[in-house]
Design a protein. Structure first.
Length: 203
């Protein structure tokens, strides 16, 4: 089964709310499935239930804190063990990304309005909390003046140490240091950087 995540913010097959949350998927090429987060641990999944299990697994790769999924009628579809969330001072979280996409920031603004809306997966490296994902939310939290955000421990990934060190080489030590770019420049600088790193590792 092929599950493809939709990474744009315009697609008539999905609701704008789900697009903004990056919760839209195509299963087997043409079956639209969308997931909308409704709390710190819950979400609604809509579409062909044949694909629910696979789409939920794909979705939780980036959102492990969502542990309860309901269908449109409110019936529980799938449930996982709850994760322990804890609060962290925003200035104590080391980003492993360098840039923020202005288009994504605009989308995230549509659903992040309070500290409880910002939940970041972290790992401890060199005695420091490092964000594994959610850098746009982290940057928006800084813009909105949040002093703390929520976090949970997750496993780091292949190349984590490299990105951690590279961020520090570029004087990226906290959310306030991330650099906001237009979408095209973000793709050129960040996506290209990631692609070249993993391409060179595979050679």
């Amino acid at each position: 089964m092929n599950i493809t995540r939709i990474n744009t913010y315009e697609d008539h097959r999905f609701s704008q709310e789900a697009l903004n949350q990056h919760g839209c998927y195509l299963a087997d090429g043409d079956a639209p499935i969308e997931i909308k987060i409704i709390s710190q641990s819950e979400a609604i999944i809509i579409g062909d239930e044949t694909y629910f299990d696979d789409v939920i697994d794909e979705f939780r790769f980036n959102a492990e804190h969502i542990t309860k999924f309901y269908d449109e009628s409110g019936k529980i579809v799938k449930k996982f063990k709850d994760l322990e969330l804890f609060k962290l001072d925003i200035d104590k979280i080391q980003p492993i990304q360098f840039f923020v996409d202005k288009d994504k920031l605009k989308a995230v603004r549509s659903f992040v309005t309070r500290e409880e809306d910002v939940i970041i997966p972290v790992a401890i490296h060199d005695g420091t909390y490092a964000s594994l994902d959610g850098h746009t939310r982290l940057y928006l939290a800084y813009i909105l003046g949040f002093k703390q955000v929520y976090a949970y421990f997750s496993e780091d990934f292949d190349g984590f140490d490299y990105f951690f060190d590279e961020a520090r080489k570029r004087n990226i030590y906290a959310a306030k240091d991330l650099i906001l770019l237009e979408h095209e420049e973000y793709v050129e600088k960040w996506d290209k950087f990631c692609d070249e790193y993993y391409m060179n590792r595979d050679e």
